[in-house]
Design a protein around this ligand. Structure first.
Ligand SMILES: O=C(O)CCC(=O)C(=O)O
Ligand SMILES: [Mn+2]
Length: 195
């Protein structure tokens, strides 16, 4: 049922599950997350400048599992039953226990995520990142940090799951670019293990 597609990229360990969740439950999950998550519009500091992130975010997880990036510290909101249910589902194929999740809400095509690796120290040496998508399909681009010809692009459709592990974050960056197309909102959940 759950097709697993390993991406044949050098210096990375990435598996894509295009139909991880039942399509029939995705609309309900998307609506519930959009309405019940405590979404925030946070500022980060980039190159010494404070700026609002081009998306809404939320941080849920076990008590004490805070997350720091770009001058922003997010303290966890306790798990909801729905988030715990999704966590169990992704753990079943990931083989790890996640203790936190960063949620992103891309309201329209102007919302995006710039090039980065998920390599903050609290994610440990080889971060495992489990990324679940709901709602609008958005492009997800990957590029090798040192080999300019090495790149890959995926369409993250509703109900898909992307698992990144091993040395992926050492060697690759990823982004969700803006789009001029008129697009509906998208919710993304990246499950993480904070040390
Ligand atoms: O929205 C996505 O698919 C990517 C999210 C992401 O890279 C992150 O939260 O670190
Ligand atoms: Mn990321």
């Amino acid at each position: 049922m759950r097709l697993a597609v390993p991406l044949p990229l050098p210096d990375a360990e990435i598996v894509f599950y295009p139909a991880f969740l039942e399509l029939s439950e995705c609309d309900r999950l998307f609506t519930e997350l959009r309405q019940t998550i405590a979404w925030r519009h946070e500022a980060i500091t980039l190159y010494g400048q404070s700026q609002l992130q081009p998306r809404l975010t939320a941080w849920y997880g076990d008590a004490g599992k805070s997350y720091r990036y770009s001058g922003l510290t997010m303290h966890p909101t306790p798990w909801t039953p729905l988030l715990l249910d999704l966590k169990e589902k992704v753990e079943a194929v990931s083989g790890v226990r996640f203790n936190s999740v960063l949620l992103n809400l891309y309201r329209d095509g102007n919302d995006s995520m710039g090039w980065h690796s998920d390599d903050e120290p609290e994610l440990g040496r080889n971060p495992v990142i489990g990324s679940l998508s709901l709602g609008e399909t958005r492009r997800f681009r990957l590029r090798h940090r040192r080999e300019p010809t090495q790149k890959q692009e995926l369409a993250l459709t509703s109900g898909s799951f992307l698992l990144m592990r091993g040395t992926t974050q050492h060697n690759w960056q990823h982004q969700v670019p803006k789009t001029k197309r008129r697009v509906a909102p998208r919710v993304n959940l990246t499950f993480r293990v904070i040390a």
